[in-house]
Design a protein around this ligand. Sequence first.
Ligand SMILES: [Zn+2]
Length: 91
Amino acid sequence: MTLYQDVQQWRARLAELLEQGEELAERIDRLEQQNVTLQQKLLQPDPGNGFEALTGLYDDGFHICPPYFGQEMEEDCLFCLNFLLHKGKKE
Ligand SMILES: [Zn+2]
């Protein structure tokens, strides 16, 4: 391998890493934003209305089930549905 090829490879690798770094930064931004949204929702002084706060969270596309609580929901989650069903019955 020539030095030139070596440098080219390192450049490509560096560009890749920089791209990954940007993606991570974006992801962190998004997570921080989500975190703020979640905190606002959960810390609203609304005692006795916890279940509604949770269903609101669910409607906004976040998990409310114990295993994934607070994470963004990509698709319907059986844990969440189960949770809603059982909580809903009790109320
Ligand atoms: Zn879930």
